[in-house]
Ligand binder design. Structure first.
Ligand code: NAD
Length: 284
């Protein structure tokens, strides 16, 4: 009434047309609805691709990303049997060998068709072959490890780059390295050298892609025992080389946020939850 009287005093008033009135009232209702819904999860609206998603650390990454609201593209050599891959609309699973570049490009294309883009890449799939000293290491085994642990990741990074560079919040790459990079063990030449090469690849990517607002972080896990990596073939020779169990429960995490020029390395202690939390931290 005050407004009407004041408007009369000023020479009269004219009502808004009906469509504008509707917009004003409807906007208030929309705002109220949004307020009641609370804050969206931290990764809502973002899309992550995780390699090696069927098992171990990759599977834990998928769970962590989904919990935080991301849509997830999971890739694995093994079938993705978990029910979520067929029932959850936020999940898209592809059984695929990461060394097959054409197939991986097809996965990227299908992921974009399904979710509209790619914001995060978790380069996790990797192999740790049976222990072999250098004097007994076959060229075939060496090349196989390099193909999976290095070559495939380079190709995927290259092919995903145009998508990551278009991520509205800035693309993110998390590379799963290994404690074997700073502290290799005997019998693991191919694995340790492959992870060192992968780490160097990630460091170069951080330097090259900072200007595209893409962050690249490397995590170096150690002794995450509840995964498929620790087969009898791997464990038995390790037991004879490796020393104190206490020393095996640490994970080194190297954060390289080149475009922000922050400190490169920090050491933290233990287990898959730390790996998950480091992925969370890598967003910051
Ligand atoms: N578990 C540990 O203690 C540990 C320590 C250091 C580093 N890592 C690294 O963490 C990563 C995950 O290992 P994890 O321990 O969870 O082992 P895992 O065996 O449980 O998981 C690896 C997954 O990668 C998949 N994979 C392997 N080769 C593939 C290919 N060519 N194409 C598609 N998928 C493929 C496997 O099928 C498997 O599901 C690896 O890169 C590994 O080197 C693990």
């Amino acid at each position: 009434m005050d407004i009407l009287e004041t408007a009369d005093a000023l020479g009269g008033w004219v009502a808004l047309p009906a469509p504008q009135l509707f917009d004003v009232e409807y906007w208030d209702l929309e705002q109220a609805k949004l307020r009641r819904a609370g804050q969206p999860p931290v990764l809502a609206g973002e899309v992550a691709l995780v390699t090696g998603a069927a098992s171990g650390i990759g599977k834990a990454c998928v769970e962590a990303l989904l919990k935080r609201g991301a849509a997830v593209v999971g890739v694995d050599l093994q079938p993705l049997v978990d029910g979520r891959w067929s029932s959850d609309p936020a999940c898209f699973g592809a059984q695929c060998d990461i060394t097959d570049e054409a197939a991986m490009r097809d996965v990227l294309a299908r992921a974009v068709a399904r979710f509209g883009g790619l914001d995060m890449l978790v380069l996790n799939a990797g192999i740790f072959p049976k222990s072999a000293r250098i004097d007994a290491l076959s060229t075939e085994l060496w090349q196989k490890v390099m193909r999976v642990n290095v070559d495939a990741n380079m190709a995927l990074m290259r092919d995903a780059h145009p998508l990551l560079a278009r991520s509205p919040k800035g693309g993110r790459v998390v590379v799963i390295g290994s404690k074997n990079v700073p502290a290799p063990g005997p019998g693991a030449a191919a694995y340790s050298a492959s992870k060192a090469a992968l780490t160097q690849l990630a460091r170069i990517a951080a330097l090259e892609w900072g200007s595209d607002r893409i962050r690249v972080n490397v995590i170096h896990p150690n002794a995450v025992f509840d995964t498929g990596l620790w087969t009898e073939d791997v464990l038995t020779p390790c037991q004879s080389h490796w020393v104190k169990p206490a020393a095996m429960s640490s994970i080194s995490i190297s954060f390289r946020k080149t475009w922000r020029r922050t400190k490169p390395v920090s050491w933290v202690r233990r287990s898959p939850s730390r790996v998950r939390s480091s992925i969370r931290k890598s967003r910051r």
